[in-house]
Design a protein around this ligand. Structure first.
Ligand SMILES: Cc1cc2nc3c(=O)[nH]c(=O)nc-3n(C[C@H](O)[C@H](O)[C@H](O)COP(=O)(O)O)c2cc1C
Length: 319
């Protein structure tokens, strides 16, 4: 068992939040393969406060979609407080505060990873969130802003002192974005200064890399992001590898096509045909990575418009 504050989890394998990706259909799928905790796509506090239709749809969940976290992004007290009020109407299990997002438009507003450069502001905001949250609060950080200002240990300690119940770290700096390799050393250093659970993120693309993350950093849990794209069974693979040391074979094309169809049907159910098809296109590309003779199919996927178009190219994976 794994605990974050009063939240009891059956395992420490987590689907990391990914904007534009970790929607309800994808979360359902990853949970089937063993993701224990999952997060709704990151949402800005301003958007939550405005309660737009799009935001409400992003916040949608189901009885199977548990335990579930919400990740918020923001820096303005007014919107943070308002968004927390709105979120009280939803049944989340954990609230994560994002201080890791490297996107230009986010950083420009003084949010996400830009907070790593402003420990005082970071601490003030986090205290506010913790004080006003009815859920255990966690925070997501990066190693630091750039290689000359790596301050994850200081920021992590600060976050712990503000009362957060767990820390998520992506072991890269803001300026690295997603390039280079995850820094295991910095994650290990952060683990040493914390008493709350540390969940590590970065380059967990397989069972052996999951084990490497645990072994090299001493982290308490793993958050998997890119490794799940077109590969939601990674959670099962990681579980099996950690238990037996055996590397599981990738599912065959028949099984992959079945999962693709299930995922696509769920997208259409959730978004309707028009948006479901558009949203699913990128997943089709990820699922078919590494399969033989799929170039033409992938081209078709990027132009698909109807349910029938996608049904056809999923079937064609098997030919
Ligand atoms: C497309 C994409 C969207 C992401 N969106 C978020 C986000 O909204 N919130 C967040 O905390 N991290 C986000 N991340 C970062 C991941 O959660 C994760 O920390 C990072 O990708 C490193 O893990 P990985 O090597 O397993 O991908 C995103 C990553 C990707 C690739």
């Amino acid at each position: 068992m794994f605990k974050i504050g009063n939240l009891k989890l059956k395992s420490n394998l987590i689907l990391s939040p990914m904007a534009g990706i970790t929607d309800l259909p994808f979360r359902h799928l990853c949970r089937k393969f063993g993701a224990e905790l999952a997060f709704v796509e990151m949402i800005n506090c301003r958007s939550i406060s405005h309660k737009s239709r799009k935001t409400k749809h992003m916040l949608a969940s189901s009885a199977l979609d548990k335990p579930l976290g919400i990740q918020i992004l923001g820096s303005e007290e007014k919107y943070i407080l308002k968004s927390l009020e709105v979120l009280k109407n939803y049944k989340f299990d954990i609230l994560d505060f994002n201080a890791a997002c490297p996107a230009k438009k986010v950083v420009r507003r003084g949010e996400g990873s830009s907070l790593l450069q402003e420990p005082k502001k970071f601490s003030k905001i986090l205290k506010l969130v913790v004080k006003n949250s009815w859920l255990p609060v966690s925070v997501k950080i990066r190693a630091g802003w750039d290689k000359d200002s790596i301050n994850a240990c200081q920021i992590a300690k600060l976050a712990q002192d503000c009362g957060v119940r767990a820390l998520f770290i992506h072991g890269r700096t803001k300026t690295q974005g997603y390039s280079g390799q995850v820094d295991y050393d910095i994650i290990r250093e952060v683990k040493k200064v914390l008493t709350i659970p540390l969940i590590a993120s970065g380059d967990v693309f397989s069972g052996p890399l999951a084990k490497k993350m645990f072994d090299e950093t001493g982290c308490d849990g793993l958050a998997v992001a890119r490794g799940s794209l077109g590969n939601p069974w990674i959670f099962k693979e990681i579980k099996e590898y950690l238990k037996s040391g055996k590397i599981t074979k990738r599912p065959n094309e028949k099984v992959i096509a079945k999962i693709m169809q299930e995922h696509f049907n769920a997208c259409v159910d959730f978004y309707g045909e028009r948006n479901g098809v558009v949203i699913y296109r990128k997943f089709y590309i990820w699922y078919t990575k590494g399969l033989c003779k799929v170039r033409r199919l992938r081209e078709k996927a990027s132009q698909a418009r109807t349910r029938l178009d996608v049904d056809k190219i999923i079937k064609e994976v098997l030919r």
